[in-house]
Ligand binder design. Structure first.
Ligand SMILES: NC(=O)c1ccc[n+]([C@@H]2O[C@H](COP(=O)([O-])OP(=O)(O)OC[C@H]3O[C@@H](n4cnc5c(N)ncnc54)[C@H](O)[C@@H]3O)[C@@H](O)[C@H]2O)c1
Ligand SMILES: O=C(O)C(=O)C[C@]1(C(=O)O)C=C[C@@H](O)C=C1
Length: 384
């Protein structure tokens, strides 16, 4: 079979019932209209591996990072050449080891790394995906179509270069936040816990805490394997520990020399490395995120889902506020925790406080009654 010419290949997923396996299944079935089969020891509705290898024109490995290289090796042995003409891919967070194993097969090979947890949205729009097209010929056109349908920002990269970059992008970032969590866990209780620290937050603390909480709420196996399975992470950790140690010894030394050395190495030299344009951009970005966090923190808002996704629907929504003489403090397009797109309309606090409950109820009713939108939530405003 020359499956490379098939416009509607059967897609096989190794790890069908995992977080990414489920997301991929939905994507291939619903967005691409393809038949999906798979294997996963966590489910009893899946094909045995030998049957999966026989049926799948496109086979994707979406299994635990630590297990994936040996798993691919098992599948290569199992397929025993039957994979010739097929496309084998993986979505592992490391790329060198899985792609090297995939290349032992006779299949065409593409390594992928969607740089996000499986999103609640049906595509990877707004997210980066690393792509390692290690051996692609007949499947090129299908691959291009698939990648474009993911709507991801695809970045082509060599597997080793990817892993070296991920030691900084993931290994170092995760390590720094896990270590921060460890220190906070030790020191915060004496200060009354996280709840007592929160009112004293800076934008930097809030941003860091958001990253830390995301990591700690994720799949622990992923964060463990990213540290242990990427050989480029350990040198980055050594260097990180050395930088912290440098700072610690200077702070302990506490004289003018120590201050000079700290400033020279950790601030001046690093600022020169990043360069003035990057620092100006980053600093502005920090301020914008600060304003965004402040808007999101404000209790006087309405979140409105606009079912009519067409030009003018936002204007119709805003007209409801305008007709009632209600000032808007902010407006953001955002997503609910379930991933539903909505507009979050921030309102002037003093005006809201002065509004009788009936007026607020009438405002919400007007938005819903005219079929403009569905009010999802509104802290502060929903006193009715
Ligand atoms: N979750 C993320 O944030 C994320 C982001 C990008 C890439 N990835 C990559 O996606 C892959 C899967 O991650 P996940 O988050 O879905 O993990 P997961 O633990 O939710 O899913 C892994 C699945 O693999 C199954 N599995 C285990 N051994 C298997 C075997 N021998 N054969 C078939 N299936 C087997 C497990 O039962 C499980 O259902 C990983 O390689 C990970 O690096 C994950
Ligand atoms: O939680 C998210 O959305 C993530 O970005 C998860 C994250 C990460 O934190 O680096 C974790 C593992 C994947 O390889 C990609 C991204």
């Amino acid at each position: 079979m020359n499956a490379g010419r098939s416009a509607s290949p059967v897609v096989g997923i190794v790890g069908l019932h995992g977080a990414y396996g489920r997301w991929l299944r939905r994507f291939f079935e619903e967005r691409m209209g393809l038949r999906v089969v798979g294997h996963d020891p966590a489910g009893d509705d899946t094909l045995p591996p030998h049957e999966l290898v026989r049926r799948a024109d496109v086979l994707i490995f979406s299994a635990p990072i630590r297990r994936t290289p040996e798993l691919i090796r098992e599948y290569v042995a199992l397929a025993d050449g039957a994979e010739d003409g097929r496309l084998w891919m993986d979505v592992t967070s490391t790329k060198h080891a899985p792609v090297a194993e995939l290349l032992r097969s006779r299949a065409e090979v593409v390594g992928l790394h969607p740089m996000t947890a499986p999103p609640k949205t049906p595509t990877l729009k707004g997210r980066v995906m690393a792509v390692c097209p290690a051996r692609v010929e007949a499947w090129r056109e299908w691959l291009d179509g698939f990648l474009s349908m993911t709507e991801a920002e695809c970045v082509t990269v060599e597997p080793s270069e990817h892993d070296r970059a991920m030691a900084l992008v993931q290994g170092l970032v995760h390590a720094a936040h896990m270590a921060q969590a460890d220190v906070i866990r030790d020191f915060a209780p004496a200060l009354g816990g996280l709840e007592r620290l929160r009112p004293l937050r800076t934008v930097g603390y809030e941003l860091d805490l958001t990253v830390t909480e995301r990591i700690l709420s994720g799949n622990p196996a992923i964060y463990e394997d990213i540290q242990f399975e990427n050989p480029h992470v350990l040198p980055a950790l050594d260097r990180f520990a050395e930088a912290i140690d440098f700072l610690r010894t200077r702070v302990r030394q506490a004289d003018d020399d120590a201050r000079r050395e700290m400033r020279s190495r950790l601030l001046d030299a690093n600022a020169a490395f990043f360069g003035a344009p990057a620092l100006a951009d980053g600093s502005h970005g920090f301020e914008r995120l600060g304003y965004l966090l402040a808007d999101l923190e404000s209790p006087d808002y309405l979140s409105v889902f606009l079912p009519e996704d067409h030009p003018g629907s936002l204007r119709a929504l805003l007209a409801v506020f305008e007709h009632r003489g209600i000032n808007l403090a902010s407006i953001h397009s955002s997503r609910t925790p379930d991933g539903e797109l909505h507009f979050r309309i921030g309102l002037d606090r003093a005006q809201v406080r002065a509004m009788p409950a009936e007026e607020i109820a009438a405002l919400i009713a007007a938005i819903q009654a005219e079929g403009i939108g569905r009010v999802l939530s509104g802290r502060g405003l929903q006193r009715t």
